[in-house]
Structure formats: structure tokens, C-alpha cells
Design a protein around this ligand. Structure first.
Ligand code: TXA
Ligand code: MG
Length: 365
């Protein structure tokens, strides 16, 4: 199959919407990452999403909805919150009013119209209203909820540009709508709300956990880490978002490494003469000088994300992808300088991206 990258003109949106109505798949930009969209109420289309991504069927999808949708419209159609306490319903309404459109996904009890394949047999469904104008134009044109996981092959780095989608899924889908680089760069925050109004964080993401806690005025519990097999939120699988070559997550930034850490890392990296570096430093030249002084004779490809969490999140996946596609044979990532907000979400992604590879010595338990 030929994959066409389309500019988001009204004509192309109509072409994409027609393809979706016929059960085909379209990659669409959202403000978080690109999504692989299909008609979320058409079991065949949903099945082809799993096939194109090589995604195991235990990993449920998010349904994307048009801006302006209300809880009243959703109730009895896609979700059933009739068992929610009045307080839980009020919280839900206020989360919707405040954070939609935007990078917040809500997990709620589902109605029978939602195919079991979408929810992987769970009694709940994940819903989100994307803020990207192209995603919204497509949703308006197609007039059906769109199931859309991140448009990468399963377990790999999420795409934040049309070109990254083409690298992941080219030849497998007919169209990619090109909406430019994603503004947030990390997937949505996934929050489950129980009928009693107890919120659980299933995946940190574009809306900081602290923002949600401040809004609700109560602490949000973290979902336990899931064993592979029957995860409630497979974004929580220990390996995810992974490059194709080894990635190690360092215990601190390079400038804070102690002599013993340097020795250990250099010993473990013996045999690698070209390293890819993912850093939160602000000055690439200074970092390169520091690295060359401590590690002579080695070639470095450096990606500096900088210290601003919003800019770093926006660039994270694209930088990781560049390092993965480059000539380095081993990638080393610094931890984000801030452990709250988007720093927490970036740390989550880096832990999962490196989990197959981290030498145990770097993370003494
Ligand atoms: O920002 C995003 O959320 C992007 C864009 C394209 O919208 N989409 C995305 O989809 O990241 P995906 O499929 O890569 O991740 C969906 C996450 C998974 O971690 C999945 O386990 C969780 O949402 N999820 C979906 N339905 C669920 C459910 N019923 N219960 C618990 N978790 C669910
Ligand atoms: Mg994903």
C-alpha cells in the first residue's frame, strides 16, 4: 500500500474522512502525539488498527471526540455513569469543562455500543477530546468517535511529526494528515474516576498530576505497576516507548556524575565508540566539552532538550528518534532535572524506554 502524506486542506480532510467512513485508517496530528485513527464504533476498523501497529489486543484504545461534547451527551451513549455519586459526577463534569479539549484522557464505565475490542474486554472506555485543529476538523467531518492509539509500531517511540509516522507505519496505511510538530510532545494523562469519585492515575502525561490534584482538591493515587499480560493500562508496561538500540538511563546528569559513576559507566560501555546522548543541559557545546574531557577517544551525538519542561517534553521523542536513527551504538539519557509535572511524565517515558537495557548496576535497588 502507498502511504500519502496530505497537507490538512479542507479537500484532504474530506478525503481522510471518507476513508475513515469506509473503515480505512488515517494518521492524524493531535497536540500530544500523532494518532492512528479508525472508526471507533466499527469493530473491523478497530481490528485493523491493532494489525497495523502489531499491537496486542490486551492493550485498549482511546476514543477521540469532538470539542464541545458534554457529559449529558456521552451518558447512555458511550459511557454509563448512572452509578456515580453526585460528587463523583460533579468532579467528572468539572474535569471535562476544564481540561477538554486537551491532553486529559478519562476512563469511565462503558456502554455496549463501544466494541469490546476498543476496551480490550475491560468494562471501561478511555475518552479524550484532542485540542489540535486538524484532529477536530477530521472529527467534525467524520461524525463518529475515532479510536486512535499513538501512530507507532507497538512498544516503540511515539511519533510527533508526519515524517515520524511515515517511518513507523509507511506502507501500512493510506493517509497521514500532516499537522506539523506536536505542541505537547507527550501522550495524554490517563485518569480513571471510580463511581465513588476516587481518581487513579493510569499514565502521567501532558497535564501535570499536580494540576489535576489542585483542581480536584484531593490527592490522586497512582496505579500499581502492571505485570505484562493483563495490564489495566498497558502504557504502564515496563518496556514501552523504546528505541531499537540500547538506551541507559543515568542516575544523574553528566555534570553531577561522581568519579566512581564515570568509571562504572565507561566500563559497562566498553566497545562502544560512538554514543548518543540525551541531555537536559542548555549548552550543547559545554556538555560536549565536559564529555570529551571525561571520555576521550569516543564520538558523541548530543541532543540537548534544555531545562524548560514544556520545550523538553515537546522535543523528547523527536530527539530520541534522531539518536535511534543515527550512527551511535549506545544511547545514554540523563534524568529530567525536575521530578514533578512534565518532568515526572518524561521520567516515566525514559524509564520504560530504557527498561530492557539498563544495566542493573546503574540502578542499584
Ligand atoms: O495523547 C494520547 O493519548 C495519544 C493521542 C493519539 O491521543 N494516544 C495514545 O494512545 O497515547 P495509546 O493507545 O498509545 O495509549 C492509550 C493508553 C494506554 O496506556 C491504555 O492502556 C490506556 O490508554 N487505556 C485505554 N483504555 C483504557 C481503559 N479502558 N482502562 C485503562 N486504561 C486504558
Ligand atoms: Mg502508545
Amino acid at each position: 500500500m502507498q502511504t500519502e502524506i496530505l497537507s490538512p486542506t479542507p479537500e484532504h480532510i474530506a478525503v481522510a474522512a471518507a476513508a475513515l467512513r469506509q473503515g480505512q485508517l488515517v494518521a492524524m496530528p493531535t497536540e500530544t502525539v500523532y494518532g492512528l485513527a479508525g472508526n471507533g464504533l466499527d469493530e473491523q476498523a478497530v481490528a485493523s488498527i491493532f494489525a497495523a501497529k502489531e499491537r496486542p489486543r490486551f492493550d485498549p484504545l482511546i476514543l477521540h471526540l469532538p470539542a464541545g461534547v458534554t457529559l449529558e451527551e456521552l451518558q447512555g451513549w458511550l459511557v454509563d455513569v448512572s452509578a456515580f455519586t453526585p460528587a463523583a459526577r460533579a468532579w467528572l463534569g468539572s474535569l471535562i469543562d476544564t481540561f477538554w479539549p486537551g491532553p486529559l484522557t478519562l476512563v469511565l464505565p462503558k456502554c455496549p455500543i463501544v466494541p469490546d475490542l476498543v476496551s480490550s474486554g475491560l468494562p471501561t472506555v478511555a475518552l479524550r477530546v484532542p485540542a489540535h485543529p486538524v484532529a477536530q476538523a477530521l472529527l467534525q467531518a467524520v461524525q463518529t468517535p475515532l479510536a486512535a492509539p499513538s501512530a507507532n509500531r507497538f512498544g516503540r517511540i511515539s511519533p510527533t511529526s508526519a515524517q515520524a509516522v511515515a517511518a513507523e507505519l509507511g506502507g501500512r496505511i493510506p493517509y497521514i494528515l500532516d499537522g506539523g510538530a506536536c505542541a505537547v510532545g507527550l501522550e495524554s494523562t490517563v485518569l480513571k474516576l471510580s463511581p465513588e469519585g476516587i481518581p487513579t492515575l493510569l499514565r502521567p502525561g501532558g497535564i501535570p498530576l499536580e494540576t489535576l490534584e489542585a483542581h480536584l482538591g484531593l490527592p490522586i493515587q497512582l496505579a500499581p505497576e502492571q505485570a505484562p499480560g493483563v495490564p489495566e493500562a498497558p502504557g504502564r508496561l515496563s518496556s514501552h516507548y523504546a528505541p531499537g538500540k540500547p538506551l541507559w538511563l543515568l542516575p544523574t546528569a553528566f555534570v553531577q556524575l561522581q568519579p566512581g559513576d564515570w568509571q562504572q559507566i565507561q566500563h559497562l560501555a566498553t566497545g562502544h565508540s560512538h554514543l548518543g546522548i540525551l541531555s537536559f543541559a542548555t549548552d550543547p557545546q559545554a556538555l560536549l566539552g565536559h564529555l570529551s574531557r571525561h571520555w576521550p577517544g569516543v564520538l558523541f551525538s548530543v541532543e540537548c532538550l534544555g531545562s524548560d519542561p514544556n520545550a523538553a517534553a515537546r522535543a523528547l521523542f523527536a530527539s530520541l528518534r534522531r539518536l535511534d536513527e543515527g550512527d551511535a551504538t549506545l544511547l545514554l539519557a540523563e534524568p529530567p532535572p525536575i521530578s514533578t509535572g512534565l518532568g515526572y511524565a518524561m521520567m516515566d517515558r525514559l524509564r520504560r524506554a530504557s527498561s530492557l537495557w539498563n544495566p542493573p548496576l546503574l540502578w542499584p535497588s
